[in-house]
Design a protein around this ligand. Structure first.
Ligand SMILES: C[S@@+](CC[C@H](N)C(=O)[O-])C[C@H]1O[C@@H](n2cnc3c(N)ncnc32)[C@H](O)[C@@H]1O
Length: 401
């Protein structure tokens, strides 16, 4: 235990903050305690330690505070990277470096500490990376909340490590220690690729829906006239007049020409790339707070031959795009925040859409029909109408007032 580390001073900002959402958990503390014990026992220096999935920097900062200098850290989310930087500044801590999930993060690392990711595919990509690039005697200590852990995670770790040992649960968290990295295949297992009606999707392990096309995304593509999936044959489309009542728009067909289109929370880039393929004149920006998503969207744009027309950004809520710069925002918002159900994540993206859209610009949102976002969209963006509804999904169009 590092008795003096002020975990309670850590903040989640710019991620959503709320009384029931913390910037550290018991797993972080367990990982730090075990990490320090293993480093002391095996003479491992800070430069030989890598941290993966450090949500708001608790692990990196507590280890740095305990005297381990030169730690390398990978965080998937832009929000987590900014939170770590501001928490470090607040606590006056420095001497660690940020990396993507690549050789530079892991080369020579003898101890890797990780918060278990939610998706098995993400775990598989990380486990392979550790076995591929870390030192031959590397030990991976993975931790999670017991209620979210599964035996499948141990099986995934077992594909990259000769020994996988689950530890006794403590404070509702558990560590799994993987050691003896196994030989890796010539090429990494990710990204993976799949074909969907003329669209190639490329996905890293951490990207939403993998290389599959999400059902909600398909419904939105149908409304844009870009889907061809016929999902809406069991649903309904409203008649949508064009601007000033002109017949410029057909519902479940083509939307008005837009010069600048933002795919907000782009995942693998299905919406951005489909739009770019159908509208060669449009400037399309795909942006996501997940590095795995941004890398996937970049690869999807390249695989479909539109890399020169789709700009991909790794950013939180499109903060680097100018106010009023978009004619059209496409949004399939998240509705889970980490493991706690919290609509704050969707609200952040509605607020971001309001900032990005020029007056008269449009937001097309698809969401689970049970969620009922209409009042919020109307309040934050402007007049909102239902464009389509299937048994599961609703597509809304909001016009920026
Ligand atoms: C439901 S997925 C949709 C992905 C993709 N647009 C699609 O339709 O397949 C929501 C996406 O929003 C991203 N996201 C969540 N919060 C975000 C934020 N604050 N800024 C940017 N992206 C965010 C997630 O990383 C995720 O990729």
């Amino acid at each position: 235990m590092v008795p003096d580390f002020p975990y309670d001073r850590l903040r989640r900002r710019p991620d959503v903050e709320a009384p029931n959402l913390q910037a550290h958990d018991a797993t972080d503390v367990l990982l730090v305690d075990r990490g320090l014990a293993l480093a002391a026992e095996h003479g491992i220096s800070g430069a030989e330690v890598a941290v993966i999935g450090d949500e708001y920097g608790a692990i990196t900062l507590a280890l740095t505070d305990a005297g381990l200098a030169g730690i390398r850290v990978h965080q998937d989310l832009a929000t987590g990277r900014r939170a770590l930087a501001s928490n470090a500044a607040e606590l006056g801590l420095a001497g660690f470096s940020a990396h993507e999930l690549d050789r530079s993060l892991l080369e020579g690392a003898r101890l890797v500490l990780m918060q278990l990711p939610k998706a098995l595919a993400e775990l598989e990509e990380i486990a392979d990376a550790v076995a591929r690039w870390a030192a031959p005697d590397a030990v991976l200590v993975a931790g999670g909340r017991v209620k979210h852990m599964t035996l499948a995670q141990n099986e995934v770790l077992g594909r990259s490590f000769g020994r996988v040992q689950a530890q006794r649960a403590e404070r509702k968290s558990r560590l799994v220690i993987a050691s003896e990295p196994l030989p890796v295949p010539a090429g990494p297992p990710f990204p993976v690729t799949a074909q969907h009606d003329g669209l190639t999707l490329v996905a890293h392990g951490g990207a939403f829906a993998g290389a599959k096309l999400d059902i909600g995304t398909r419904v939105l593509l149908d409304v844009l006239g870009l889907g061809g999936s016929q999902l809406l044959k069991n649903g309904s489309c409203a008649a949508v007049p064009g601007p000033d009542g002109a017949a410029g728009r057909s519902s479940c067909g083509v939307v008005n020409a837009a010069e600048t289109v933002v795919d907000l929370g782009c995942g693998t880039g299905a919406l951005a790339v489909s739009y770019a393929l159908a509208h060669p004149e449009a400037r399309v920006i795909a942006t996501d707070r997940s590095a795995a998503a941004a890398a996937s969207a970049r690869a999807t744009a390249a695989a479909n031959g539109v890399a020169d027309r789709v700009t991909v950004m790794h950013d939180d809520a499109a903060s680097e795009l100018a106010e009023g710069s978009a004619d059209l925002v496409l949004l399939n918002p998240p509705f889970h925040l980490g493991s706690s159900v919290h609509t704050g994540a969707a609200t952040r993206l509605f607020e971001a859409s309001a900032r990005l859209l020029r007056p008269g610009g449009e937001l097309l949102t698809v969401y689970n029909s049970a969620l009922g976002y209409r009042a919020e969209l109307t309040r934050l963006i402007g007049p909102t109408e239902q464009l389509a509804r299937t048994p599961k999904f609703t597509v809304m169009r909001s016009v920026r007032r």
